[in-house]
Design a protein around this ligand. Structure first.
Ligand code: ZN
Length: 429
């Protein structure tokens, strides 16, 4: 969520469900951290600890003692995440699609890993085949949910042209396999993931005793902003970079707004299923600024026009609404470090003194503020690092290719931009 996108849509009444939450609670920017890579920031949010402590410092790393590059996964997280803390206190929770949760951990409640709808390793090969979906082990906890969840899973191949027409104007051709860096393919994949995550959340919230904490991750807002920022702000983009062709403008000019409207509609479907005693938090791990990056795949170059890496650190947005939240609060000085302490306070759990953040006072009732408790740390001993690559033989074979496509590519984001990355502009409003 970026203010440049969300504020005009709110003003135009196009995000009615988010608006209702804002009217009943607090709303403001949320400071993020550097490097602003999703695995790093979402792990920081979930642990309340800095990257050098929690251990997820990038998309990928060298396997200990070797030069083999592998994607970070949950086994490399050295400290408690909020789902571990809740679980140890027998508080059931559900975490759906949260970054760096594969392989899933056994918790009190439900975990749907970030690789449930697609195997990130396969995307590294440059494409996702429908057969790859569900192939990877340890994607769901408990595994017994596989049967019921597979019935509501949206596979990228089953997304319809009508669904894609929600976002894209003009004729739509759905290829059987998805190409890495192809803007329409990436949008379709993100939509399939998001819709699956949302359906699982809906199902969980519809049960007679839903988990006490339910978190659902949406990826498509990020994907849309990366690929279609220049189509959303064509005049600004034309002044800073190159003019967007009229044909492309017509096709993609609405993608970002339409994706936020879709997310808002589905947010409404979730909120419908909860009662007034429940607190709702909607947040992004960062915002966006305009910036040019080129991506090469399938023999052609695509342009990334919305960025959040390269030390731009654009703040995200946070909305907190519901029981105990002071109405009409302008949230200020909130950081990604504050989310876990706030949830712990709401759930009556002690906050780690080694967490740099603080509970968001405006989100807590005076009684909750009075009841705040602390422990020195949840991590007197760090979680041990894995000693074995938990991947199939086929995965292992493909590691070098991944290195060449996905990993190098995301790694480049850390290097100084070869194109001048824009600062200021619409993303920072
Ligand atoms: Zn991103």
């Amino acid at each position: 969520m970026s203010a440049a996108i969300v504020r005009p849509l709110l003003d135009q009444g196009r995000l009615p469900n988010l608006k209702r939450l804002i009217d009943r609670g607090g709303f403001g920017p949320i400071e993020t951290i550097s490097p602003t890579f999703s695995p790093v920031v979402w792990t920081t949010i979930a642990t309340g600890r800095p990257p050098n402590v929690h251990g997820i410092t990038h998309f990928h790393h060298a396997w200990p003692g070797t030069t083999q590059r592998v994607l970070f996964d949950s086994r490399f997280r050295r400290v408690h995440a909020i789902w571990n803390i809740l679980s140890e206190r027998k508080i059931p929770s559900a975490f759906i699609g949260w970054w760096v949760t594969w392989p899933v951990e056994p918790i009190s409640g439900v975990m749907v890993s970030d690789r449930y709808v697609f195997n990130r390793l396969r995307f590294g090969e440059g494409e996702v085949q429908p057969a790859d979906v569900g192939e990877l082990q340890d994607q769901l906890y408990p595994a017994s949910l596989n049967e019921s969840y597979s019935r509501i899973t949206v596979q990228p191949a089953s997304v319809t042209t009508a669904e894609m027409a929600t976002f894209i104007r003009g004729p739509i051709e759905l290829k059987p396999s998805l190409q890495l860096h192809d803007p329409e393919d990436e949008l379709r994949l993100a939509y399939a993931q998001d819709e699956t995550h949302l359906r699982i959340a809906e199902q969980l919230l519809s049960t007679s005793a839903p988990p006490r904490v339910v978190a659902v991750h949406l990826q498509g807002t990020d994907t849309a902003c990366h690929h279609f920022w220049r189509h959303r702000f064509p005049e600004e983009w034309g002044r800073q970079f190159t003019r967007v062709a009229a044909e492309e403008q017509a096709r993609y000019g609405h993608v970002i707004d339409a994706y936020f409207e879709y997310a808002d509609r589905r947010l409404g479907d979730l909120v419908k299923r909860i009662d007034d005693s429940t607190t709702v938090m909607v947040l992004s791990d960062h915002g966006f600024v305009p910036g040019m990056k080129r991506r090469q795949a399938g023999g052609r170059v695509t342009i990334i026009s919305g960025v959040h890496e390269q030390n731009t650190r654009p703040p995200g947005l946070i909305v907190i609404s519901g029981a105990g939240v002071q109405v009409g609060t302008r949230l200020e000085g909130v950081s990604v470090y504050d989310v876990t302490p706030t949830i712990l306070a709401m759930m009556g759990c002690p906050i780690g003194r080694d967490m740099p953040g603080k509970p968001i006072a405006a989100a807590l009732s005076p009684a909750e503020m009075k009841r705040l408790r602390y422990v020195d740390t949840y991590d007197a001993t760090l979680r041990p690092l894995p000693t074995q690559l938990k991947i199939t033989a086929r995965d292992r074979e493909k590691m070098d290719q991944i290195n060449n496509v996905y990993l190098d590519d995301s790694g480049n984001e850390e290097a100084p931009a070869s194109q001048p990355a824009a600062t200021g502009g619409s993303g920072k409003r």
